[in-house]
Write a protein that binds this ligand. Structure first.
Ligand code: HEC
Length: 99
């Protein structure tokens, strides 16, 4: 009986962690939309995402992406927490960089 209960719980747990990842991505997107896009868009046009996909982009690795997000956070004095930086890194990597 216990086993059946556990097996029954498994899909719920799996979908829980999938939606946690989705939440991180949408939280990251919200942070980027709010704080980052307008400036990128004013120099690169469109929705500003051209800065991440241009041929000579600066960010070349996952660690480089983390460093860049930390730099922007510091430069803009946003005072993001670690988990907010992580969400932004995850969102940018998932959507543009694919490291
Ligand atoms: C005041 C303008 C401005 C704001 C605000 C800004 N950026 Fe940037 N960002 C730039 C410029 C300019 C560059 C290109 C730097 C270069 O080419 O040397 C850049 C480059 C980047 C890159 C590297 C792109 C590549 O070449 O791979 C990332 C990632 C990035 N920004 C993330 C962010 C994030 C995250 C935020 C919000 C916290 C942010 N930026 C806010 C101006 C801005």
């Amino acid at each position: 009986m216990k086993h059946l209960l556990l097996i029954g719980l498994l899909p719920a747990l799996v979908s829980l962690s999938a939606s946690a990842a989705d939440n991180a991505l949408s939280a990251g997107k919200k942070l980027v939309d709010t704080h980052c896009i307008s400036c990128h868009a004013s120099s690169y046009g469109g929705d500003g995402s051209g800065i991440y996909t241009r041929e000579y982009r600066k960010v070349r690795s996952f660690n480089g992406l983390k460093a860049q997000v930390t730099n922007c956070n510091t430069m803009l004095n946003l005072k993001w927490f670690d988990d907010e930086e992580q969400q932004v890194v995850q969102y940018l990597n998932h959507t543009y960089y694919h490291f």
